[in-house]
Design a protein around this ligand. Structure first.
Ligand SMILES: C=C1C[C@]23C[C@H]1CC[C@H]2[C@@]12CCC[C@@](C)(C(=O)O1)[C@H]2[C@@H]3C(=O)O
Ligand SMILES: O=C(O)CCC(=O)C(=O)O
Ligand SMILES: [Fe+2]
Length: 369
């Protein structure tokens, strides 16, 4: 099993046989980018009767509001988070500069099939037969190695912004951990790996820059297909073009409108496990726009290498068994790379008895039949 997230995909490299596209040359959506219902394409319009909560972190009841949003939606937007608007502007500028480089230049920093960092299709692309109308750049740790290839002259001004952003996001993500878990009655003593000061100093994150070019036929294209994040939590900055949608049980796809200066926070699969299923990891996707391009930056936050995530004992009733078995982040990423939307089933302690899933006898895992 992989021991760090940089190794998580070694056993499951992505081998896409499609060439990278220069979207600016496309006057129409090619067949390989045309999604239909059977490709998991969105049916109908998104719902506007309900909206994802926008929470002011200075509100006296912020903790309760966050807890409620996590339980009912698995996602919320936050304002007054103390991240300077200037830094959000700067990360958007760096992303725009990167994606507007010529395709040959971007490919110099291409992600390797078994790697995490670099330029390329979203990792989940290998689970779909159609291509997504987007480009991505993933940063794990320092962006220097790749940025030297993209901008041989002035890589440091770009990498400084990324490093500042990563630093701020890491601190913010640590605070969200306590806010999201605090509302479930979890305190600093309950999580040993939070470190002696409870500041989650050792935890780590990856940064995903996403670019969605304007699309001549947005109804038939998909920016980023529906997925849950394999994280504890994700903090997303989206620019002023809408595109993010979340699926709410019994309601449908709901657009998360950009709110100036706000950040979107969503529950990932690992926090869902830690909460013993109380918090859903929200299914989300990104749609594209006919006239405007769109940029988003996701900070994907997870536990340190080697730490096993399992339901917190306080959240498992005295007569219950925990819903999930312990897994490290890299083990889970590897399971996700192989089984995608079935990954959570594979880490369940027992299979549902509805006949969809069967317990395999030889490796003690769940087999989907
Ligand atoms: C730490 C992570 C989390 C990853 C894999 C790895 C690096 C890149 C992340 C994303 C970012 C884009 C959506 C996603 C679904 C994808 O394709 O790559 C994410 C995935 C996950 O959350 O599973
Ligand atoms: O672009 C968006 O709004 C969503 C991006 C996303 O889901 C991701 O990077 O994991
Ligand atoms: Fe996501």
């Amino acid at each position: 099993m992989p021991s760090s997230i940089g190794d998580a995909f070694i056993a499951h490299p992505i081998n896409l046989h499609h060439k990278h596209q220069d979207f600016t040359l496309l006057q129409e959506v090619p067949d390989s980018y045309t999604w239909t219902q059977s490709d998991d394409y969105p049916s109908g319009d998104s719902v506007i009767s309900e909206s994802v909560p926008v929470i002011d972190l200075n509100h006296p009841n912020a903790l309760q509001l966050i807890g409620h949003a996590c339980k009912t939606w698995g996602v919320f937007q936050v304002i007054n988070h103390n991240i300077p608007i200037k830094l959000l502007d700067n990360i958007e500028c760096v992303s725009r500069s990167l994606f507007s480089l010529p395709i040959q230049q971007k490919l110099k920093a291409a992600r390797s099939p078994h790697g995490v960092s670099g330029y390329g299709f979203a990792r989940i692309s290998s689970h779909f037969s159609k291509l997504m109308w987007s480009e991505g750049f993933t940063v794990l740790g320092s962006p220097l190695e790749h940025f030297c290839k993209l901008w041989p002259q002035d890589y440091s001004k770009y990498s400084n912004v990324i490093e500042d952003y990563e630093k701020e996001m890491k601190i913010l993500a640590g605070s969200f951990m306590w806010l999201m878990l605090g509302s479930l009655g979890i305190s600093k003593e309950d999580i040993k790996w939070a470190g002696p000061k409870g500041d989650f100093k050792e935890d780590r994150g990856a940064l995903q820059l996403n670019y969605y070019p304007a699309c001549p036929d947005p109804e038939r294209a998909m920016g980023l297909a529906a997925h849950t994040d394999s994280t504890l939590l994700t903090i997303l900055y989206q620019n002023c073009t809408s595109g993010l949608q979340v699926l709410k049980d019994g309601v449908g796809w709901v657009t998360v409108p950009p709110v100036h200066g706000a950040l979107v926070v969503n529950v990932g699969d690992l926090l869902h496990m830690l909460s013993n299923g109380s918090y859903p990891s929200v299914l989300h996707r990104a749609m594209v726009n006919r006239t405007q391009d769109r940029i988003s930056v996701a900070y994907l936050y997870g536990p340190p290498n080697g730490v096993q995530i399992s339901p917190l004992p306080k959240l498992v009733g005295p007569c219950q068994t925990p819903l999930y078995r312990p897994v490290t982040w890299s083990e889970y990423l590897s399971t996700k790379a192989k089984h995608f939307d079935k990954a959570l089933l594979y880490v369940k302690t027992c299979a549902p008895v509805n006949g969809v899933v069967d317990v395999s006898d030889h490796d003690n895992r769940v087999k989907v039949v």
